[in-house]
Write a protein that binds this ligand. Structure first.
Ligand SMILES: CC(=O)N[C@H]1[C@@H](OP(=O)(O)OP(=O)(O)OC[C@H]2O[C@@H](n3ccc(=O)[nH]c3=O)[C@H](O)[C@@H]2O)O[C@H](CO)[C@@H](O)[C@@H]1O
Ligand SMILES: C=C(OP(=O)(O)O)C(=O)O
Length: 420
């Protein structure tokens, strides 16, 4: 298993480009199953999860042509199998996103149950209830979800019990090819939902209200091909901005959509960062100052994203003051705090809240990554630690961060991958 070796040092300084968004690219790739013509998807990040989704589409007979810029042409006309096998689904929860498109286009789908994972139990009951409301018959057997419908799915009025990003995406895709109108209430408003909806509209879907809590979809008979470029990764961008703030640095990010990061940028300003925003560029300058502690409470968009919580926890560990970080989305997403305490951090956890008393520097130590964003937070902790930090199990990080060591090297960090 690969590891990352980090020698803590001074401020990050430099410019990097932000990659395409993992969490927008995955549903968009799944959505290509809805079209009976080739769809070209551009600005895909080069990540394990993208490779897994491509392998999943291929395993269903879908023909793909990958070009040198990691644009992919996906020909849903060739899809001839509607099963998503456990071997692929177990490595990536987002595989559940093929359920809605397969059911809507072929009338049946068999998708392995994704199961629990490090950050929480992550059930899919809202996905299944929504599809049932649209006329699907669903059985769970031998670890697989089997879904069928007579003819087309039927438009329905769906009320989500909680805000769910994946649930909204699955239902949005299913509704695009359903018979009649579907209204999704209490829908997720994340920018990745908007990106998926825009891609579906480019394929001929009739959708309005995306980006609000009520999305209206008028189903169409068929979806055609299109050429679509995935939005920039707001979580990757946020991670580098926080790393720069923690190290008292100064960085510029290019190819980014600043409006998707508003809650994160507000917290960075509270921490003392001077931000300069242009159309698709953000610069952050700490002017050599230590960050100030910031309180965080994770919430669905436009609230503060759970996918940025661990990184801010790392920054708070070396900030001036005491911070309270409350995680409300996933029940087990403060695990990185134990590893940070092994690096000398002063963090106590009670229920879903971490209380963090900032210290000047951490101390390097061998630490274990437990999930994607926890891994990123340990890299940030390593950058602000004296001595060496060895982050183990970084296959998590490779699910979500393209060229992480190259990008940190470009910002002046001392970081090296050790092949294991
Ligand atoms: C690939 C992708 O885009 N992943 C993101 C997506 O995950 P994902 O789509 O899995 O997360 P959800 O928004 O669905 O989960 C939010 C909450 O709802 C619960 N829930 C969800 C569905 C359901 O049927 N029943 C249920 O109880 C979950 O356990 C969780 O507590 O949104 C999360 C919340 O912003 C992010 O952290 C993930 O990075
Ligand atoms: C939790 C995440 O991803 P996934 O939903 O794919 O596990 C994430 O991107 O932080």
């Amino acid at each position: 298993m690969d590891k990352l070796l980090i020698r803590g040092g001074g401020p990050l300084d430099g410019t990097i480009r932000v990659s395409g968004s993992k969490n927008a690219a995955l549903p968009i790739l799944a959505a290509t199953l809805l079209a009976s013509e080739p769809v070209v998807v551009r600005n895909l990040p080069h990540l394990h999860d993208i490779t897994t989704m491509i392998a999943l589409l291929r395993s269903m007979g879908t023909e793909l042509i990958v070009d040198e810029t990691l644009g992919v042409e996906i020909n849903g006309a060739t899809t001839n199998c509607t099963t998503a096998p456990y071997e692929l689904v177990k490595t990536m929860r987002a595989s559940i996103l093929v359920l809605g498109p397969l059911l809507a286009r072929f009338g049946h789908a068999r998708v392995s149950f994704p199961g629990g994972c490090a950050i929480g139990s992550r059930p899919v009951d809202q996905h299944l209830q929504g599809l049932e409301a649209m006329g699907a018959k669903i059985d769970v057997d031998e670890g697989y979800i089997t879904a069928r419908c007579e003819g087309r799915l039927k438009g329905a009025h769906v009320f989500f019990d909680m805000v769910t990003v994946g649930g909204t995406e699955n239902l949005l895709m299913a509704a695009a090819l359903a018979d009649g109108q579907t209204i999704l209430e209490n829908a997720a408003r994340e920018p990745e939902i908007v990106d998926l909806a825009e891609c579906l509209i480019a394929m001929g879907a009739k959708i309005s209200g995306h980006g609000s809590a009520t999305i209206v979809v008028d189903g169409v008979d068929r979806l055609h091909g299109c050429d679509y470029s995935v939005m920039p990764d707001r979580i990757e961008a946020g991670t580098y901005l926080v790393a720069a703030a923690a190290t008292r640095g100064r960085i510029t990010l290019k190819d980014i959509a600043p409006h998707t990061l508003e809650s994160v940028l507000a917290k960075l300003e509270d921490a003392g960062a001077v931000l300069t925003l242009e159309d698709n560029t953000i610069s952050l300058d700490m002017q050599g100052r230590r960050p100030k502690s910031v309180n965080i409470k994770t919430l669905p968009y436009p609230g503060f994203p759970t996918d940025m919580q661990a990184q801010f926890t790392a920054m708070n560990a070396v900030a001036e003051g005491v911070a309270h970080v409350t995680e409300t989305i996933f029940e087990n997403r403060l695990i990185q705090t134990h590893e940070m305490n092994r690096m000398g951090a002063k963090i106590s956890v009670e229920g879903n809240t971490a209380m963090i008393t900032g210290i000047d520097r951490l101390k390097g130590a061998p630490v274990m990554a437990s999930d994607l964003r926890a891994s990123a937070s340990l890299v940030i902790a390593g950058l602000v630690a004296d001595g060496e930090t060895l982050v183990d199990r970084i296959y998590h990080i490779d699910r979500g961060y393209e060229c992480i060591e190259e990008k940190f090297l470009a910002l002046g960090a001392d970081i090296r991958r050790l092949a294991g």
